[in-house]
Ligand binder design. Structure first.
Ligand SMILES: [Mg+2]
Length: 120
């Protein structure tokens, strides 16, 4: 499995990267939504996108909006966020996110959510 991590925190990206590597999965890291868009233009075979909410340049909600308008990718998107307001989350799901994970999270939660979106 190949995962695209979109998060401005290098620490978060590294922690997730280790979790994925332990299970023999590969990953790519984009520091913001714009970098992710550039990666998605050239990279193939991405199975899941993990998308942070708060980021500079292009944040999570803006990335979802751009993807709705410009159809950048059809890869399932899991939102990673410290925001756990139900209303905001349902709004993100309406904008194309398949699932969301509230930070901080465990490896078990990460993989169960990934399984969930891959089996949809
Ligand atoms: Mg962030």
């Amino acid at each position: 499995m190949k995962v695209l991590i979109i998060d401005d925190s290098k620490t978060v990206a590294q922690v997730i990267g280790v979790m994925l590597k332990e299970e023999q999965h590969s990953h790519l890291w984009a520091k913001n939504g714009q970098e992710a868009i550039d990666i998605l233009k050239t990279e193939t075979g991405i199975d899941v996108i993990l998308l942070d909410w708060n980021m500079p340049i292009v944040d999570g909600p803006t990335f979802l909006k751009l993807n709705q308008d410009e159809k950048i990718t059809t890869v399932p998107i899991i939102m990673l966020t410290t925001e756990n307001k139900f209303q905001k989350m349902t709004q993100m799901m309406d904008m194309g996110a398949s699932e969301y994970i509230t930070k901080p999270f465990t490896k078990d939660i990460l993989f169960s959510k990934i399984q969930m979106v891959l089996s949809k």
